[in-house]
Design a protein around this ligand. Structure first.
Ligand SMILES: Cc1cc2nc3c(=O)[nH]c(=O)nc-3n(C[C@H](O)[C@H](O)[C@H](O)COP(=O)(O)OP(=O)(O)OC[C@H]3O[C@@H](n4cnc5c(N)ncnc54)[C@H](O)[C@@H]3O)c2cc1C
Length: 371
């Protein structure tokens, strides 16, 4: 039996996208009948069950613009959702009734060393961004997970490896190009619309259009320590309350330190409390590296250390040679609690609230028997 061609599949499954395909023959449009559909739909959060009618995968800015223009200029418009890195924990990038625009292949990166800026496409993830900047001796603020898109991270606020030194992701956004919906399918540059710039610095995800490019601040790359320190879950109370909480109360977490802790099932280790740990030296001097090492030693006293991968790193922490397991752990984790540890300049409310919440302790105690 002859297999139906891609055009025939499209014609049968979703005829209203045929004109888009004809005008853009290279554009990938995947429907339920394509073998690739499930692989492409595959959500980070496995509880996300939505099966969009089609997944459109532009590979460059031109195809991205064409897809948005086409869908939003019809009457009535074709509902569209957008996915960059796909790490939204609630799966809000997809819906049963909307075309899924997967922009992960639009990965243009242009570094402007003289201006200390970088321009990125919506598919650029944290680690490739750091690698591109490193070639110029530069770096920037990113989140803890190497696979979250830099745009999804920064335009949603963005805490991570360097907020104590360079601020949140939103603080590092200098400008953006946003494809607004509607018959014109216009690209608005925030240089021409300061209100839009203000809005996307934290509320940019899905609210005002598709962010097709972001301009970010970059920095001369300082020396950094990064990795993780893991303790048994049975010691959670003392590690978090007698250790972390006390340190925070005593003002012993300087801005060079950036951290997050997770409570979850770490592959190969079991149920544990994991600190994601980074230390960024003061710009233009390496003097504070020793202080970073001293803080590592203090953390190690919080409890029984099951794993300590903190080491000097170029790409803290995703590609730290000392912590090859980090991305695996983050990606394979299906249920765990994440708490960002604020730098000393900001009140440690987030983890104070969590630690005092009965829900949290009910959830992690007693330690589940089978692991
Ligand atoms: C393992 C893991 C680790 C994380 N670590 C951190 C961390 O360290 N710090 C932190 O701050 N957050 C962290 N997060 C949260 C994460 O940063 C946010 O969920 C972020 O929005 C994900 O971006 P994404 O592009 O990967 O996700 P997506 O799921 O692709 O998108 C997230 C939302 O933004 C919309 N969107 C996507 N692309 C665009 C675009 N181009 N234009 C307009 N809207 C768009 C989507 O429709 C969706 O609503 C983590 C999440 C996970 C799962």
């Amino acid at each position: 039996m002859t297999q139906p061609s891609m055009t025939n599949i499209l014609e049968r499954d979703i005829p209203y996208l045929r004109s888009l395909q004809e005008a853009n023959p290279g554009l990938r449009i995947i429907t339920h009948s394509n073998d690739e559909y499930e692989t492409l739909r595959n959500p980070f959060n496995k509880n996300t069950t939505a099966r969009p009618p089609a997944i459109v995968v532009p590979k460059n800015q031109e195809e991205l613009l064409a897809a948005v223009k086409y869908c939003t200029s019809l009457t009535p418009p074709i509902p569209l959702t957008v996915r960059s890195g796909g790490h939204d924990l609630h799966g809000r990038y997809t819906s049963e009734d909307a075309i899924l625009l997967d922009v992960s292949q639009v990965t243009n990166i242009q570094v402007f060393p003289d201006h200390h800026t970088v321009t990125i496409g919506p598919g650029v993830q944290g680690l490739p961004l750091l690698q591109a900047l490193d070639a110029h001796g530069l770096t920037t603020a990113v989140g803890w997970c190497s696979r979250v898109s830099a745009i999804g991270w920064a335009a949603g606020g963005g805490y991570g490896i360097a907020q104590g030194v360079w601020g949140l992701g939103a603080d590092n956004i200098l400008g953006a190009r946003v494809i607004t919906p509607g018959p014109e399918g216009r690209i608005v540059d925030t240089d021409d619309d300061p209100e839009l710039l203000w809005a996307i610095r934290g509320a940019g995800l899905g609210n005002f259009g598709v962010i097709s490019e972001l301009r970010l601040k970059v920095y001369k790359r300082p020396r950094q320590l990064a990795g993780m320190i893991v303790f048994p879950l049975a010691e959670a109370r003392s590690v978090l309350l007698d250790g972390l909480q006390r340190f925070s109360d005593e003002g012993r977490l300087p801005g060079n330190f950036n951290g997050e802790f997770m409570v979850g099932n770490t592959p190969g280790i079991g149920y544990s409390v994991t600190f994601l740990w980074s230390w960024i030296c003061d710009p233009d001097t390496d003097e504070s590296l020793q202080k970073g090492w001293e803080l590592v030693e203090e953390f190690k006293k919080f409890g029984t250390v099951l794993l300590n991968t903190v080491g000097e790193s170029k790409f803290a922490p995703s590609a730290n040679p000392g912590s090859p397991r980090l991305s695996i752990i983050i990606d394979e984790r299906r249920s765990s609690y994440h708490v960002y540890i604020p730098p000393i300049s900001r009140p440690p409310l987030a983890h104070r609230r969590l630690l005092s919440s009965q829900l949290f302790w009910d959830a992690i105690w007693p330690v589940p028997a089978a692991h």
